[in-house]
Ligand binder design. Structure first.
Ligand code: PLP
Length: 390
């Protein structure tokens, strides 16, 4: 591996040269089934023709002009996203962390407008919101923060899934002005909250005048079988951050807002040079249109149920498997001990998976997955778990 790269990643020794749908090919021509989608990014699979066409046509017409001018495709994308998310306005940026930075600034601006001197944001233990300083300060996992202090002040943690604990944490901090949580902890191990968690948070936020801000960077864009995971609970947040699958691999993030939260940022108070440029917005618009045209949100729900069922069947009787869980195509197999080495073992068998939170195998396959791919994932993992546990 080249010594010219900063060593902040522990990379697997494989280089992919080409992709198509759920498949990737490495430099030796070996074929792999991608059950990770570049960490929940390539929801439409690799080299999707609609995205490829949109990007190449836009690149020939115009890549970038800046937000000093109107951008038609950005306005159209904002309208489509707000329509599917039940939100009112969008700010475009380039990543999930940046979308959360915008959310954090909205919360602080909202607090500041109400005369709160040191606005606090309630966040969840075990959460992940990104690697920039604001986002890592909001993150509940101490490993993400270790060695990078002093962290940004104004974040108060409460246990994920326990709305009453959020309520009392907020009441202990009278300057609380917002809650920021993931609907399902992604990096934190595909951890599902108690049923009713988001609904209860919505009620608490309404009663206290706090903004409910949801980090749907991983759970959004159809991943869980709804456009956004909060829609399973019929909950509408005040602010929603999205990124990952939004551009199918073309870097783009967005912070969506409604009501008072949509008024918090004024001209000059926030921005991004690249954010929402014609190239990235064309890709994202093609993603949204393809997902609607091909019914991929519904497909994620159906295929996710099928995948979890087949995994449960294929792994039945394996005493090292604690649980198969998830929602839609965000799927976890929790093992009884740390299992990071399974990533390399799966790679050797032509399957891309991820392990997070030490002992949780995480599957985030493309939403275009077919039954034959489900079968292959279940069979390969069954063999793998048997070998690993032997
Ligand atoms: C991946 C992720 C982020 C960070 O996104 P980047 O694009 O890497 O900055 C933030 N929140 C959640 C829930 C994520 O899964």
């Amino acid at each position: 591996m080249s010594d010219a790269l900063i060593k902040n990643y522990a990379r697997l020794d494989v280089t992919f040269r080409r992709g198509e749908g759920v498949w990737l090919w490495d430099e030796e021509g070996r074929q792999y089934l991608d059950a990770l989608s570049g960490i929940a990014v390539c929801g439409l699979g690799h080299a999707h023709p609609a995205v490829a066409d949109a990007v190449s046509e836009q690149a020939r017409a115009l890549v970038h002009t800046s937000n000093l001018y109107r951008i038609g495709v950005q306005e159209r994308l904002a309208e489509r996203l707000c329509a599917v998310a039940g939100m009112e306005r969008a700010f475009f940026c380039n990543s999930g962390a940046e979308a959360n930075e915008a959310a954090i600034k909205i919360a602080r601006a909202h607090g500041s407008r109400r005369g709160v001197e040191a606005p606090a944001i309630l966040v969840a233990e075990g959460s992940f919101h990104g690697r920039t300083l604001g986002a890592l300060s909001a993150t509940g996992n101490p490993k993400v923060k270790a060695g990078f202090g002093p962290i940004v002040e104004g974040f108060v943690q409460a246990p994920f899934g326990d709305a009453e604990a959020f309520e009392s944490a907020g009441d202990r901090h009278p300057d609380t002005c917002a809650v920021l949580v993931e609907p399902i902890l992604g990096e934190g191990g595909v951890t599902m909250p108690q049923p009713g968690f988001l609904r209860r948070l919505r009620e608490i936020c309404d009663a206290r005048g706090w903004l409910l801000m949801l980090d749907e960077v991983q759970t959004g864009m159809g991943r869980t079988g709804q456009w956004f995971a909060c829609q399973h609970d019929g909950v509408r947040p005040d602010v929603m951050s999205i990124a990952k699958a939004l551009g199918n691999g073309v870097p783009i993030g967005a912070c969506l807002a409604r009501g008072e939260a949509a008024e918090a940022l004024q001209p000059g108070s926030h921005g991004s040079t690249f954010g929402g440029n014609p190239l990235a917005c064309s890709a994202a618009l093609a993603v949204v249109e393809t997902m609607e045209r091909d019914g991929l949100v519904e497909a994620a729900a159906v295929k996710g149920r099928h995948l979890r069922k087949r995994l449960e069947e294929a792994l039945a009787g394996q005493n090292c498997v604690v649980e198969v869980r998830g929602q839609g195509l965000m799927v976890a197999i929790e093992m009884n001990r740390s299992c990071g080495e399974m990533v390399g073992m799966a790679l050797a068998r032509g399957l891309l998976i991820n392990v997070t939170a030490e002992r949780v195998i995480r599957l985030l396959p493309p939403l275009i997955l077919e039954d034959e791919h489900v079968e292959r994932i279940a069979q390969t993992l069954a063999e793998l778990v048997r070998e690993w546990n032997a």
